[in-house]
Design a protein around this ligand. Structure first.
Ligand code: SAM
Length: 270
């Protein structure tokens, strides 16, 4: 083994989604630092890993780095795993890694399952570029800010099934009902489902079908030809100067540019 510290990706649902190299390493390792020992024990039992487990999660990552550093000094080999997928991707890891790097520890990362890449590889994208924002903020105002920031880039995020519909309604309000989005649910699992379409269609679908399990979603990049809020504001100003009423301006702009009327109305009022 070339390293004393390994970051190991584990399955995101289907327990067979683990690489041969990861299995070899996890068989030889002395300790596995994991988010929840009960979750990782299931993997250990399936593959016969006998390493000692200890927890390392977002609430104790800093203090665990001291434990890991002293184990490394004793010559032990350690792996970091999360409950599912790749550590450090919307999961603990970054604080610990910084501490290890500060102390000159060689780190090896073993690639494997990750909900973002599993999802992206199934989507018909026009460009390679994407922004991954982790869990999308809960507040509508923050959602609008972050989605606007990445308007011209495919924007991928994690979301809970309980909040997805509200988030999709916000996306519909920002971009209009025909904005193209994709939702991946329960990837690699028995009830895997991927929906690609206009936000309105997908909202209708989830209003009539169960929405449970783990979710990753993407808002497709707006084309440069799609009009930006700044450009809309310019047009609104012109119509205002021509004496059109606030109601008529909202109607005209939303029809002409296919943008949600309430969104335009807010800009008119501002
Ligand atoms: N580190 C993980 C990775 O590499 O994907 C992500 C960990 S994050 C705490 C967990 C979130 O990832 C879930 O709430 C869900 O949004 C997304 N996720 C994880 N597994 C998934 C799956 N099988 N299908 C869809 N989304 C998934």
């Amino acid at each position: 083994m070339a390293s004393q510290f390994y970051i190991v990706a584990t399955p995101i649902g289907n327990l067979s989604d683990i690489t041969l190299r990861s299995v070899e390493v996890l068989k030889q390792i002395d300790y596995i630092a994991c988010e929840d020992t009960r979750v990782t024990r299931i993997l250990c039992e399936k593959y016969g890993f006998s390493a000692k487990l200890f927890d390392c999660h977002k609430f104790n990552e800093k203090e665990r780095s001291e434990k890991i550093l002293s184990l490394i000094e004793e010559g032990k080999r350690i792996a970091l795993v999360s409950d599912a997928g790749t550590p450090g991707i919307s999961d603990p890891g970054c604080v610990l890694i910084q501490e290890l790097l500060n102390n000159g520890v060689k780190i090896t990362s073993l690639p494997g399952a990750c909900a973002v890449t599993t999802f992206l590889s199934m989507l018909p994208r026009k460009t390679e570029e994407y922004a991954f924002i982790g869990f999308i903020p809960r507040q509508k105002k923050q959602q609008i800010e972050i989605l606007n920031k990445h308007k011209y880039t495919n924007c991928v995020f994690y979301e809970s099934p309980n909040r997805l519909k509200e988030t999709l309604e916000n996306i519909q309000e920002i971009y209009g009902y025909n904005k193209k989005i994709a939702v991946g649910r329960e990837l690699t699992k028995v009830f895997e489902e991927v929906k690609i379409g206009e936000v309105k269609e997908i909202l209708d679908y989830y209003n009539n079908n169960p929405l449970k399990g783990e979710i990753v979603a993407m808002v497709f990049a707006s084309e440069n030809s799609e009009v930006s809020d700044e450009e809309l504001i310019e047009k609104i100003k012109i119509l205002k100067d021509e004496g059109f009423s606030q109601k008529d301006i909202s109607k005209i702009i939303s029809k002409l540019y296919n943008v949600n009327k309430n969104h335009v109305y807010k800009m008119v009022l501002d």
